[in-house]
Design a protein around this ligand. Sequence first.
Ligand code: SF4
Length: 778
Amino acid sequence: MDSVIPLPDGGKIVKTNCFECHAKCGVLCEVDKDGELVSVKGNPEDPRSEGRMCGKGLSATRILYDPDRLRWPLRRVGERGEGKWERITWDEALDWLQERVEALTEEYGAETIAYGQGTGRGTNQWTGRAGNAGGRVHHSLSPGNICLVPMMVQAFLQYGMFPTFDGCDFDNADCIVFWGANSVWTEPTYTSGQVGRSRDRGAKLIVIDPFFEHPLAAKADHFVGLRPGSDPYLAMAWLNVIMNEDLYDHEFTQKFTNAPMLLIEGANVPLNGALVEEGGNPQSMLVFDKASGQFVDIHTPGIDEDMNYHGLVQLADGSQAPVTTVWSALKQRVDEWTPEHASEMCWVPAEVIRQSARTYATAPAATINVFQGIEEQTNCKDTLQLVNILIAICGNLEKKGGNLSMPFWNQMGPLTGAEPETQKELRIVNDKASGSVYGISNPTAVFEAMRTGKPYPVRGYIMVQGNPLSWSENTALVKESLLCLDLLVCMDYYMSPTCELADLVLPSTHWTERDYLADEVCSEWVFGQQKAVEPLYERKSDVWFWREFGHRLNPEWWPWETDEELFDWQLEQTHAGVTWEELKGKWIHHVPQMPSRDYREHGFPTPSGRAELYAVVELIMGADPLPAANEPKESVFSTPEIAAEYPLTGITGRRYPIYYHSAYRGIPHLREIVPEPQVIFHRSIAEKLGIDYAEWVWIESPTGRITMKARPTDGLDPRVCVIPHGWWQGCAKLGLPGYPDGMSNANTLTSDRVYNDEFLTPGLRSTLCRIVKKKGGE
Ligand code: SF4
């Protein structure tokens, strides 16, 4: 299967992958004899996208040749943010950057430089490597705390793998649940075929989302239109129904989860061998074996575990302690949350909760897809843990049609390299959150260190594909922080608001102009994402930048002379069983599966060797190892004094399938589809305030105020509104303006006051706010 097909007229077709979102659809690029990209179309050989592409992927020629794209390195010559630049060469840029980083490192230590990115379109590992190579701390000044990391880390803690993203086996499922996830919209080509096929077979569909305009809501068997941030109550109520109606998978729960593990009641810690016997093993985790009538280690083969054991145990120190099982301790928490009780908090009828839980639990195979509707909440740890428990006890883990492990996620470690020994000591968190299971710095605390120099000065910030003035909460404070820096470097496609403040702006190649390994979110495959055309102007790939820059500072970490050498090393580390040349030649390669797929033989890679309902590592890290029904830290229930002034719960972060976060509002034919930012709220609010459709209104929160056009709807609870993100760029060809100074930026509204303790996550998707009619002249 040749990846480059010559055409009779001297042109060629190049097989590669779109990189405009995580889906990385297979693409056929037609290049003419002069080396110009003429067209792109989907490649039917891609087993995931099957030849489908979305609007932004199909815009490749327009994005590649967009005259507004950055072309060459620019160095600031005026005041920061003044917009005065000099064009320099890459050698000059890298020499200057090396000198600046070395000078700052000498003065403040390597911890003074933060590395980061925006969305991860393939450079997560290299950004991490740049941070780790510094040898002091990797701050990771990226939006990982609101995207991917919470769900990935929580899954690793409970299962030792990550099966709730590209591990959703939609194609074979009898029931599909989208929970705070909208993958057919955000990665449309990746999931739409699979979901459509399963629906044709009769698979049930459950959509859990506050917004009835979710593209699958009207088609769902159950639309669960919950209050933003109330997900833990819903998950508890699902468990309540499933446990009390005996709908769980008995064999899987008893044999392959740690439900039977014994806990000392009250202390909620595992009963281990050292507690019951002098010289016993403190690492063991005991269960009660009904066959032998003994306490035995959970790893013991062939036992008959008692999931409901309860009794007094004689301890080695002579005292007695009451013990219970994880199953009973969980049930105690779950029992409070009947569908009726949860309904009061979720604003969903109890019967909808009950019926949807039954549909999920009784399907022969069901898959749950979670994402940022859950993640961008201060209670995301609870919801994610509860969802992982639901998947496990219903026997849908590592099951065809359920949630499956995918190789890529287990193979990131070697690529980023080892964390510095001082990581824990030097990572920056603040009193707003400890970040107990997230090993890197809290972005808001790093921004604070830029402003205050505390706990130590952060003077430099180097990023690729990053625009924190769009992705981070409280935009005004982020801007104030960036203005304090001695060194700000951005590599990007366009002169973004963050680039405008930078010292050095570097031009990044489009996906049609660069070689790359497409592996993240590629399910069971890795792709040779080769360039179709030579890079235009002086654009370079992000991989090239990290490798060249890294090699100058830490050559032992970045020994590769070429990107091809780096790709070969990467493929070796991930055991893909293919070289870059081979991969480029054949474009697609199937990667061996994870051993945990065979859990009956190998168990799960967790401390208990089982899928953990009680997350043992979370106990060690100081978090609650069992989930609780925690309310968002700012909400109509937890901060009624704020809600009295700001009664609406605003969901920020709504996507458009034609844009990628804050990118591409400048591409005319995309902008024509969604020309202006629209805040969506219930028709009754518009009637009460006298607001017409498409009238500019204020959206106000305790943090700030922005303006968007009004779009009243009946598809939302009257207490909720939807505020899309990513609006800054104008489109000159359509005469549409940009939106400077965060005037229509959803994160101007979001709070930096409260965070999740485990993952340092702010509550972006449940921002208290209000809609205000503009007065004349505003
Ligand atoms: S879904 Fe669209 S943007 Fe994403 S990879 Fe596919 S074609 Fe590109």
